[in-house]
Write a protein that binds this ligand. Structure first.
Ligand code: CO
Length: 503
């Protein structure tokens, strides 16, 4: 077969995938608008528009013509390495999409709508019982979905694989339990030491000043405002319509400056990844960010390893003090640094510190396994939740809104998602260790306000590959080691031993 035939077929595939990406990115734009500027009255037809586009996308993803094209291409030996990976991955997604009967797709969409509404109402009424029947239906559907998708050992594996290709319970069982023991042991040492004051972080901060400081921080990390922008939304998020148009959102409260700052750096980290994807691979796996673990490793590297470091704030704290002189003109850098790294068990996952955060994840992971692999009755969920919080974090849940109703994920049907947050942190620490080995003057550069060497390294070693590799594969390629907790444990030990004066 002449080479021109292969390249003709490959171009047909690219054309199809680009058209599909156009539909999906248009959906993303409509969703972004829904969360930012759409007037309330627009909801009905917006929902209809999104459903129409979703059906169109599903038809394109499962079209027999696409299947035939992929079969032909899989036989071609002349494909380059990247082309072959693209073809194999699209084929994998195609086979998965094909397995879903349209009745299940519809049932899942409808269940998610009802479940989300019930979750909102349950929170307003402080009543888990309002959410329970809808969640029960959702869990039943997720079990069905797991059976259709298939799994190596237990149904929960099928759901893990949806969020991180190849992830299994077996992998997590090798990482999570020892990590939990290490975190609990470090936490108990920290709790024997006096806590640094952090009340000044909750002082009044003007919203316009906050907004401008958020933009300043995005700029400082290398966010390209020619290819993206920031807006306001109820919950901060990042979305992308192409590497040339990436959107981040933020929210501000007058007494929660710190929440705005680190959420801004976090979303900025997601956005830098999206802006760094290769534009020439638009629509193909090589141009997409499909691994949630890699995505979260980027946001957490910027938010925590860089954004909570003494070096970063050595340069940027004066700008913070200038913008918020009361009370910060009287707070020394070292005291500020200790306050922003305070470790304190709490009820709410999204407000947790870098260390206890993972205990929140382990709790959700234990519960999800029981919901999907076993038959935990839904009405027992709050009691189990509260018992696990008492056991692992030693905090008492007195209201389900601060407990089992705090996260939106289950109402969307996102089960198997939470573990990717912890894996993202572990991977961030592995990137950070590697960065420090390859860029030995890293702290000095950060203390002079330079982040470009870091961004260039990330672009070269991570962003440029899109989703050609799983988190595990990319980790081995870049660091020579599997994705594991060692680097994270070294990182937290070094950081908190210094801050809390431990030995
Ligand atoms: Co994130």
């Amino acid at each position: 077969m002449p080479k021109s035939d292969t390249s003709r077929l490959y171009h047909q595939l690219v054309k199809r995938m680009r058209a599909l990406a156009d539909i999906k990115n248009t959906m993303a734009l409509l969703q972004w608008d829904q969360e930012t500027y759409m007037p309330k009255g627009g909801a009905l037809f917006r929902g209809q528009q999104l459903t129409t586009l979703a059906e169109l996308a599903h038809r394109m993803e499962t079209s027999p013509a696409l299947g035939q094209l992929l079969e032909k291409l899989l036989d071609k030996a002349e494909l380059s390495e990247v082309e072959r990976k693209n073809v194999e991955l699209i084929h994998l997604y195609y086979q998965k999409a094909k397995r879903y009967p349209s009745s299940l797709v519809k049932a899942l969409t409808q269940a998610a709508n009802r479940c989300f509404m019930a979750w909102i109402q349950a929170r307003q009424e402080h009543q888990f019982a309002v959410f329970a029947p809808e969640l029960e239906k959702m869990i039943a559907l997720k079990k069905q979905e797991a059976e259709i998708l298939g799994y190596p050992a237990c149904p929960y594996d099928a759901l893990l694989d949806q969020h991180e290709r190849g992830l299994t319970t077996e992998i997590l069982e090798n990482i999570f339990p020892p990590l939990r023991e290490h975190i609990l042991s470090l936490l108990s040492k920290i709790q024997q030491k006096p806590q640094p004051p952090d009340d000044f972080l909750y002082a009044y901060a003007d919203k316009q000043q906050q907004w401008e400081f958020g933009l300043y921080l995005l700029q400082a990390t290398g966010f390209d405002f020619n290819k993206g922008r920031q807006d306001l939304s109820e919950h901060p998020f990042t979305t992308s319509f192409s590497p040339h148009d990436v959107r981040v959102t933020t929210r501000m409260h007058e007494h929660q400056l710190a929440t705005m700052v680190w959420s801004c750096i976090h979303e900025g980290g997601h956005a830098l990844y999206e802006q760094g994807l290769p534009a020439e691979q638009y629509g193909m796996p090589g141009g997409q960010a499909s691994s949630l673990v890699i995505h979260e490793s980027q946001s957490r590297l910027w938010e925590n390893c860089i954004g909570r470091s003494l070096a970063f704030w050595t340069f940027h704290y004066p700008a913070w003090q200038k913008r918020f002189p009361t009370p910060f003109s009287h707070i020394a850098l070292e005291d500020f640094y200790r306050a922003i790294n305070l470790v304190k068990p709490s009820l709410i996952r999204t407000e947790a510190d870098e260390l206890t955060y993972h205990l929140h994840i382990f709790i959700r992971y234990e519960i999800e396994k029981k919901l999907i692999n076993e038959h935990l009755p839904i009405q027992e969920l709050p009691d189990l939740w509260n018992a696990l919080y008492a056991e692992m974090l030693d905090v008492k849940v007195s209201d389900d809104v601060q407990g089992v109703l705090q996260d939106v994920h289950w109402s969307h049907g996102s089960l198997g998602y939470f573990p990717t947050y912890t894996l993202g942190s572990l991977l961030a620490a592995q990137w950070w260790e590697q960065l420090q080995q390859e860029l030995p003057q890293l702290d000095e550069a950060l203390a002079q306000g330079q982040t470009a060497p870091i961004l260039n390294w990330l672009r070269k070693h991570i962003h440029g590959y899109g989703s050609l590799y799983t988190a595990e594969e990319l980790c081995r390629r870049v660091t020579g080691k599997p994705l594991q907790a060692d680097a994270f444990l070294r990182y937290v030990q070094q950081k908190y031993f210094r801050i809390y004066g431990l030995e």
